[in-house]
Design a protein around this ligand. Structure first.
Ligand SMILES: Nc1ncnc2c1ncn2[C@@H]1O[C@H](COP(=O)(O)OP(=O)(O)OP(=O)(O)O)[C@@H](O)[C@H]1O
Ligand SMILES: [Mg+2]
Length: 243
């Protein structure tokens, strides 16, 4: 399988803190890879490095065959990395449509084409009936879907999802899982940070476990859940405190 993402020795230091240290793993094209780990393990930091929100202290990131280690966030987005944020970044004073249009305008200046992309994306993310609502008025589940819609409107090859299920009810989680699987079937590779173990194990082909900034293991959901070190890291780390 061809790799869409290759992370090698990813290390990010903030002052005296090693938020990520020596992390190496790949995401195959078409794969869904889950990222789990206790609070503060360095999951979001890794996403920030991949998406160019900051640059690595050491190591490299290759996306779709290109070294993007030193590239800026807008360049990486344009190459095909979409992301959502743990704290939704939608523009609350703008409508749902306007928020998604921001993403759609990344690849085209043609308003007609962009509007078509917005419509298609709103339908995909089940937000078409909310298209004229101000983003600030959406409920939690809708805000999470808007985050995904904003990223999907940029036509990503790789989608980074940072806790898109946090705060959702069981029913809403099921809908979100269906959406993620649907996006994946459209050919989008996915790297997803997720605290809910049932969800991770349902959607992921492989799971990456981070603990204290380091990679503890990469494996299939079965391998990860039966690993004693993972179990103890979780029992010690309180993984579900966000739920
Ligand atoms: N910009 C920053 N400056 C300084 N320290 C940071 C910065 N970003 C993250 N950190 C620190 O790096 C560590 C890892 O944080 P990160 O947000 O990556 O963890 P996480 O695994 O996403 O946690 P959570 O599950 O709570 O979202 C934490 O100790 C955090 O305080
Ligand atoms: Mg985080």
């Amino acid at each position: 399988m061809r790799n869409i993402l290759e992370i090698t020795d990813a290390t990010k230091q903030f002052g005296g803190l090693m938020a990520n240290e020596g992390i190496t793993f790949n995401v195959g094209e078409g794969e869904i890879v889950g990222v789990v780990g206790p609070n503060g393990a360095g999951k979001t930091t890794l996403f920030n490095s991949v998406s160019g929100a900051h640059t690595l202290t050491r190591g490299s990131i290759v996306f779709d065959g290109q070294d993007v280690t030193q590239k800026k966030a807008h360049e990486i987005a344009r190459l095909g990395v979409g992301r959502t944020f743990q704290i939704p970044q939608s523009l609350n004073e703008m409508t749902v449509t306007e928020n998604v249009l921001v993403g759609a305008l990344m690849h085209t200046a043609d308003m007609k084409k962009a509007a078509e992309k917005v419509q298609e994306t709103l339908e995909l993310c089940n937000l078409a009936h909310r298209k004229d609502m101000l983003a600030g008025k959406l409920n939690v589940a809708q805000k999470k879907r808007l985050e995904i819609a904003r990223a999907m409107a940029t036509d990503p090859k790789l989608l980074l999802l940072d806790e898109t299920m946090a705060g959702l009810t069981a029913t809403e989680r099921k809908d979100a899982v269906d959406l993620i699987l649907k996006i994946n079937r459209m050919g989008v590779s996915i790297l997803t940070i997720e605290h809910n173990m049932d969800v991770v194990m349902t959607v992921s082909n492989r799971v990456v476990v981070l603990v204290s900034g380091k990679l503890l293991m990469v494996g299939t959901p079965e391998e990860v859940t039966s690993n004693p070190e993972v179990i103890s890291a979780y029992l010690g780390g309180g993984s579900d405190t966000d739920e």
